[in-house]
Design a protein around this ligand. Structure first.
Ligand code: IVH
Length: 692
């Protein structure tokens, strides 16, 4: 034991820490150094010597602790104070204005509230936990709820303060922001790696992610990573500011780097003016940006506006730059077989970088789509990527007078099981009709285990492939006959991982009839139809005995769905799977739920297309919460059709029948409108649009 340090030495250490951190702040955050490199080194060496002599003086916020931590064996998981959200996108001024309109329908004050426009840094979101102003933890976003603890790596970033300056917030807060690699740093890093014969990084974002997730902090320390702060999560504690703009100022006052280009805007016109200026600046920035994040300025409006699906807040949106384009060669068009037997064509491309990622594959939807775009293997094509949206093949890029290759044709046999394929009249998709096709079984199991279906924890695609390959699983019901012994005989399973998976499978038995029915993956039986059928029949047995007519009698179930379901049960293979599920103790019954009374009582809604912010389930829940019913198909009994993007035949049918149509925003505003109009169910035969 070394004797306690005399008071002067402790005071000197504190003084050195303060001087060095101030120098770091001036150099890395303010970009205005006042200390020479030599003086900085002198102070640093003195502090290190002092700490070596008196280890008890080595505090967690000492600048010597930025480097030199031992490599870790793995990155630990760590939970965030509150979910780290993602953002919805807007690509055009119209879409940006539509965002405001939707918000203003929910909360009137939005229009006059003002915005903050911030550069959207293309890096990695992280959360820094400060406890009484001292950095105690740094984590990656992970899945939004739980990230990876990269504290030791983040400590190596000189622009991240180890202790907040000025008046730091008391207690525990999370500062959120983006870690990124400068473009110049990225170039240098890649040159160095190439010289060392190492693989180069595809783009700064990947390089930043790789650098941050290192087990050895000294590797991270050698990478030119930087940070911009843009948000604060104070948990239950009250935020010390009223607006996003004041928050940015406060973060800056605490010594955190805040992007200097962020601007307070009175309205969307000013936001759009900012975007134009910012776009012109883009090429001169030493970091990658993919657009502007627009945030409603007053913080009190944020909880009022809320979060869509627990993922995307309504109070912020990403206004993305125009999509990135690239030209490459279409090597071939291949075909995958999906769960329903649908043949899904996709493009195999000469790898090409588009907007910062290397694209090798792109989906092509269907045969007609390929014909319409006139894509032919061997030719040059234009590839488009808009933000984080999936890459698309736009069309051929032909030279003048170029001879064309042969037109694409769907294979006439299933590429997996060789059964002759079928293309039903009026449909754009081609199908493999063999329900025992290995590809169909594989995707069927993947669907069965997926989130909205049986949600089997720990059962991913890789494991499903393994079970099928080893003959342990031939259909979805076989999952319930997996046991410890069978799992432990496979590579990659230990006692713990086997037990976790078995627990996940066990847990899934009780999801109920609606989920189980949806999980079976019957064509046309989506989540909504499954819920309606489960509610109407209450047990799988009753549903199996039901005739098509009895199913159609259920409000919201159309003939196509009913016939598909009847055909499904008529196939012996499927009946056997259902029997096996029942024998395995999977719950195939449902309790009847009490209907809610509300402004939508007596009204029937149908939802079609992709809504701008709500998922299908959320929209249905909204309707039901207000007393309404959601049906699957449009009939004369439908009161409203809620229309999203890419609406198809349901919209046409609604127009034909004169059914009232609503957008998402109108749906959200409807309870109030109905209440204003006196409420109650509509008088029979009155066109709704008139009555409102
Ligand atoms: S706000 C709701 N502000 O963009 C809060 N995000 O697409 C979401 N990003 O995960 C974050 N710059 O990684 C915000 N100025 C900025 C941003 C920003 C970049 C990233 C962030 C987020 C992603 C959402």
């Amino acid at each position: 034991m070394s004797p306690p340090a005399p008071a002067e030495q402790a005071a000197r250490a504190a003084e050195l820490r303060e001087q060095i951190e101030r120098a770091n702040h001036e150099y890395y955050v303010l970009d205005a150094p006042t200390l020479s490199d030599a003086d900085y080194d002198r102070l640093f060496r003195e502090l290190r010597a002092l700490e070596a002599e008196h280890p008890e003086l080595r505090t967690a916020d000492s600048p010597t602790q930025r480097v030199g931590a031992e490599p870790a064996s793995r990155l630990e998981k760590t939970a965030h104070l509150a979910p780290m959200l993602s953002l919805d996108n807007a690509f055009t001024p119209e879409e940006l204005r539509a965002w405001e309109t939707r918000n203003a329908r929910l909360v009137d004050e939005v229009r006059a509230a003002g915005y903050v426009a911030e550069p959207k840094i293309d890096g990695l979101a992280i959360a820094l936990t400060y406890e009484d102003g001292v950095l105690v933890k740094g984590a990656t976003r992970g899945n939004g709820a739980v990230g990876e603890d990269v504290t030791r790596n983040l400590r190596t970033l000189r622009d991240i303060p180890l202790r907040l300056r000025g008046e730091p917030p008391p207690g525990r807060v999370e500062v959120r922001g983006e870690v990124y690699l400068s473009l110049s740093g990225f170039e240098k890093l890649n040159q160095r790696r190439a010289a060392e014969g190492l693989a180069t990084f595809a783009n700064p974002r990947n390089a930043a992610a790789g650098s941050l997730r290192q087990l050895d902090p000294s590797v991270t320390a050698g990478r030119p990573l930087h940070f911009f702060a843009y948000a604060l999560e104070a948990g239950e504690a009250r935020l010390p500011v009223e607006t996003q703009w004041e928050l940015l100022e406060r973060l800056r006052a605490w010594g955190l780097p805040v992007n200097p280009l962020a601007r307070r805007c009175a309205d969307l016109d000013e936001v759009l003016a900012f975007v134009a200026e910012f776009e012109a600046l883009r090429a001169s920035l030493d970091y990658e940006v993919d657009g502007t994040v627009v945030k409603v300025d007053p913080l009190w409006l944020h909880p009022e506006l809320g979060v869509v699906g627990g993922r995307e807040p309504r109070w912020a949106t990403a206004y993305k730059f125009a999509p990135d384009l690239a030209v490459t060669t279409l090597r071939s068009i291949e075909v995958n077989v999906g769960r329903t037997g649908a043949l899904n064509p996709y493009a195999v491309l000469e790898p090409v970088e588009v907007g910062g990622v290397v694209v090798k594959l792109a989906t092509l939807h269907n045969e007609d789509d390929i014909r319409r775009k006139d894509l032919r293997p061997g030719e040059k094509v234009l590839v488009k990527r808009a933000g984080d949206v999936i890459p698309q093949v736009v069309g051929p890029q032909l030279e003048e007078g170029q001879a064309r290759g042969p037109e694409f044709r769907m294979p006439d046999h299933c590429p997996v099981c060789a059964t002759p394929v079928e293309r039903p009249a009026e449909e754009v998709m081609t199908y493999c009709p063999n329900s025992a096709c290995p590809a169909r079984i594989y995707w069927g199991v993947v669907h069965f285990a997926s989130r909205g279906a049986m949600d089997i924890r720990g059962l991913g695609e890789e494991r499903i492939r393994l079970f099928l390959a080893r003959g342990l699983v031939h259909d979805v019901a076989d999952l319930y006959s997996l046991d410890r012994e069978k799992l432990l005989a496979l590579e990659g399973f230990q006692v713990r991982s086997a037990q976790n998976l078995l627990d996940g499978i066990e847990e899934s038995r009780g999801r109920g009839l609606a989920r189980a029915l949806f999980a079976l993956g019957v064509r046309h039986v989506g989540e909504t139809a499954a819920q309606l059928l489960a509610r109407a029949f209450c047990s799988m047995d009753r549903l199996r005995e039901a005739t098509v007519e009895q199913m159609v009698a259920v409000h919201g179930i159309g003939r196509t769905t009913a016939e598909a379901l009847a055909a499904f049960f008529a196939e012996p293979r499927n009946g056997a799977v259902v029997d096996k599920l029942a024998a395995a103790g999977v719950v195939l019954t449902e309790e009847r739920a009490e209907p809610v009374e509300g402004p939508f009582s007596g009204l029937t809604f149908v939802i079609t297309g992709t809504l701008p912010t709500l998922t299908r389930t959320e929209a249905s829940a909204f309707v039901e919460r207000h007393g309404g019913r959601v049906a699957g198909g449009v009939t004369r009994k439908t009161d409203y059709l809620v229309v999203g993007e890419d609406a198809g035949s349901k919209l046409a049918r609604a127009q034909e029948l004169g059914v009232a149509r609503l957008g998402e925003a109108e749906l959200l505003a409807l309870p109030e409108r109905l209440a204003d109009a006196g409420g109650g169910p509509p008088a029979a035969g009155t066109p709704l649009e008139l009555r409102l």
